[in-house]
Design a binder for this molecule. Structure first.
Ligand SMILES: C[S@@+](CC[C@H](N)C(=O)[O-])C[C@H]1O[C@@H](n2cnc3c(N)ncnc32)[C@H](O)[C@@H]1O
Length: 255
């Protein structure tokens, strides 16, 4: 079974929602520094739609793309509950087309670390360049090798919330700069009191930041800023997550 299928139903409750909520506040700060040239917003790897729904509430015309139909189903439910309109589409982020170009794109919560080869990462950047208007902005974050090695390199985390208990087991390969996270969750059926066990294995790839910037430039972007994520300070040796701000260079919008 593909990743983010079964996990979609417990994703928010398993502790992931907090990141998106924090990101919404941070994005607001970034948008003050880097005002987008329009209201059409593409959220790639939108997941359960927390950020997309919040942007739609603020008046952006949001298109959310994700590879997982189950994550998108959660996003649709959330949008409906919030009474906002957004377009949710299932696509691989390496290969998608939009009916209309957007003015801003985001790809958040280390979704780009799921690109396991430089060619895949480069394919996403090319797609985003094609999806943006000239001068369009691209905000995304990625886990660093430091983060994968230090926090996801042999550690186990366990969170018992009663009806839902989630365990994360991590393993890092320094030679490949790659981490595998096995997420296992136990959900209690309220009628029977019995727990069902499910599991998914996620792999994330870290890239040297300068390599990411080179791929962006190759795709037609200008790198406007790199931050130690959730701050406006530059990244340092022990930065665990880098937030990039890139702008599609004038004259470089693809066909
Ligand atoms: C950690 S979640 C982040 C979701 C969301 N951005 C957030 O902030 O909560 C990673 C997301 O990336 C999506 N994803 C991973 N690989 C993908 C691909 N090749 N194409 C599209 N979506 C992908 C997963 O389905 C999942 O929803």
């Amino acid at each position: 079974m593909s990743i983010y299928s079964g996990y979609a139903a417990v994703y928010d409750a398993s502790g992931q929602l907090g990141f998106s909520l924090r990101m919404i506040g941070y994005l607001e700060e970034l948008l003050e520094r880097f005002p987008p040239p329009g209201k059409r917003w593409l959220d790639l790897a939108c997941g359960t739609g927390t950020v997309g729904v919040s942007l739609a509430r603020r008046g952006y015309q949001v298109t959310g793309i994700d590879g997982s139909e189950q994550m998108l189903a959660e996003a649709r439910r959330k949008a409906e509950a919030a009474g906002v309109e957004a377009i949710w589409m299932q696509h691989d982020m390496r290969e998608f087309t939009l009916p209309e170009r957007c003015n801003v794109a985001t790809c958040l919560y280390d979704s780009l670390n799921y690109m396991l080869t430089s060619d895949d990462l480069s394919a996403v950047f090319g797609q985003v360049a094609r999806a943006l208007t000239r001068g369009g902005l691209f905000f995304f974050d990625m886990n660093t090798a430091f983060a994968l090695e230090t926090f996801w390199g042999g550690q186990a985390y366990f969170d018992d919330q009663g009806d839902l208990a989630v365990a994360f087991n991590t393993r890092y390969s320094p030679s490949r700069r790659q981490t595998t996270v096995t997420v296992t969750w136990f959900e209690r059926d309220r009628a029977t009191g019995l727990y069902s066990k499910s599991s998914e294995r996620h792999t994330e790839q870290a890239y040297p930041p300068e390599h990411v910037s080179t791929l962006l430039v190759d795709a037609g972007f200008e790198v406007l800023a790199m931050y130690d994520c959730f701050s406006l300070r530059p990244p340092h040796e022990e930065t665990s997550r880098i937030l990039w701000v890139a702008k599609l260079a004038k004259g470089r919008a693809h066909g």
